[in-house]
Design a protein around this ligand. Structure first.
Ligand code: AP5
Ligand code: MG
Length: 214
């Protein structure tokens, strides 16, 4: 199964993608996580990506598309994958459609997790992220077992650099300008499913499962 997660920053794409990946036994691929891992390791790509991410802007397509194409060509992707945070622009979506078509493949679903802007800023301030394994927590809604420590890998949790309220606002603007048009793109491809992302995490997950099938 090949799935794309759509939704505003903080809509819960990463939270749901993790659970879907586990249920269907497919890799969860987040371009944001890949960039953050590169930033942590101090790679050239990380240095370039950070200058955009810290401002709430998108990393240019020229750095993002090849990275994602290389990732989905790896062996663990042969039975499918769930993409979280890619595509984020029409050129990214077109590149993906084209690359899949060349292999006679296509996406199965684009799941849009719908959350209005007013709910987002509140969620982001409470988020805590593990930069080592990509796990996501919330101090009120999804707290780790031990404060500040990742349940999955034991690394320290941090507030992401781009989760400051003014940066979140810019990310929302960028989302509406550049990423929201993908909803129409996948609607036209007849693979769009929208779920209400304001519900609690379990309900959102159940709604997604109802679309994807058991
Ligand atoms: P990325 O890491 O993809 O960030 P994002 O899209 O802004 O989304 P987030 O990770 O912030 O939110 P999410 O939807 O995953 O929500 P989460 O599950 O954490 O990208 C970061 C940056 O990298 C971009 O700004 C860009 O610069 C760059 N980038 C990445 N990909 C790119 C691309 N393809 N092209 C160009 N640039 C790219 O949930 C949020 C919080 O809410 C958590 O604390 C969670 O616990 C909580 N929560 C989740 N669900 C619920 C619920 N139902 N109820 C209550 N709380 C909930
Ligand atoms: Mg995420």
């Amino acid at each position: 199964m090949k799935i794309v997660m759509l939704g505003a920053p903080g809509a819960g794409k990463g939270t749901q993608a993790d659970r879907i990946a586990e249920k269907y036994g497919i890799p969860h691929i987040s371009t944001g996580d890949i960039f953050r891992a590169n930033i942590k390791e101090g790679t050239e790509l990380g240095k370039k990506a950070k200058s955009y991410m810290d401002q709430g802007l998108l990393v240019p397509d020229s750095l993002t598309i090849d990275l994602l194409m290389d990732r989905i060509a790896q062996a663990d992707c042969k039975n499918g994958y769930i993409l979280d945070g890619f595509p984020r622009t029409i050129p990214q979506a077109e590149s993906l459609t084209r690359a899949l078509a060349e292999k006679g493949e296509k996406l199965d679903y684009a799941v849009n997790v719908d959350v209005p802007d007013e709910n987002i800023v509140n969620r982001m301030g409470g988020r805590r992220a593990c930069l080592k394994c990509g796990a996501t927590y919330h101090i009120a809604y999804a707290a780790p077992k031990a404060e500040g420590i990742c349940d999955k890998c034991g690394a320290g949790l941090v507030l992401r650099d781009d989760d400051k309220p003014e940066t979140v606002q810019e990310r929302l603007t960028v989302y509406h300008d550049q990423t929201q048009p993908l909803i129409e793109y996948y609607e036209a491809e007849k693979i769009l499913a929208t779920v209400d992302g304001t519900q609690d995490m379990e309900r959102v997950f159940q709604d997604i499962i109802a679309v994807l099938g058991a």
